[in-house]
Design a binder for this molecule. Sequence first.
Ligand SMILES: C[S@@+](CC[C@H](N)C(=O)[O-])C[C@H]1O[C@@H](n2cnc3c(N)ncnc32)[C@H](O)[C@@H]1O
Length: 219
Amino acid sequence: MDQASIDRAYARLSRHYDLLFERVFDGGRRRIFRALPDRPAARVLEVGVGTGLSLPLYPKTTRVVGIDYSGDMLRCASERIHLDRLPNVSLLRMDATNLVFPDGTFDAVIAAYVISATPHPERVIAEMWRVCRSGGRILFLNHFLSENTLLARVERGINRWTKPWGFRTDLELAGLLQQTGLRPDRIERVNLFGMWRLVVCTKRKAGSLTPATGSPPGT
Ligand SMILES: C[S@@+](CC[C@H](N)C(=O)[O-])C[C@H]1O[C@@H](n2cnc3c(N)ncnc32)[C@H](O)[C@@H]1O
């Protein structure tokens, strides 16, 4: 998957995205909010905000910045902000592998169903880590390859059909954690049959996230 083909896929999907993916993935989105710091007026970055399905779920005291690569998905999110009157949310078109924010800008950084919809998940995670403040939360919610051999074979098999729709089904969580050096506080199984996972991490020390060739910076 390259970014241009992902962009084309979400340009096609944007108008039908809510119909296809709102209800089925809603449980996972709601679980994110239980893992967020409840300090009022926390600054949150939502990476790959898409059509903004999670935006109405944020407390109105939370200042939310939503970024996405797809202008078409952002247009839908912008309509939602207008219709739902969400003055606490702002949107920016941006590549999650190259965020413009200074280090430690946000109290929490969230990516819902994005990690397997981007060609460089490890770079997205490194950037999420960088812009999160020390002591802040990094959360990503995603489908990962099953540990069940039979199911994993099916997921690998359907990958070629899901990729043109902008996401892959063969991403391995263990490999990604090793590649990034990220050490989660906990991993919760969510959505249908627990096949999606919410990965909850706390950034305990400042510094950048480095691949696990050396030791990770105190997660
Ligand atoms: C499956 S959608 C998830 C949307 C939303 N988070 C949700 O919960 O429904 C994946 C989103 O990630 C975005 N995306 C993919 N690669 C990206 C990148 N490099 N930078 C920013 N957004 C990206 C896509 O444009 C798309 O809107």
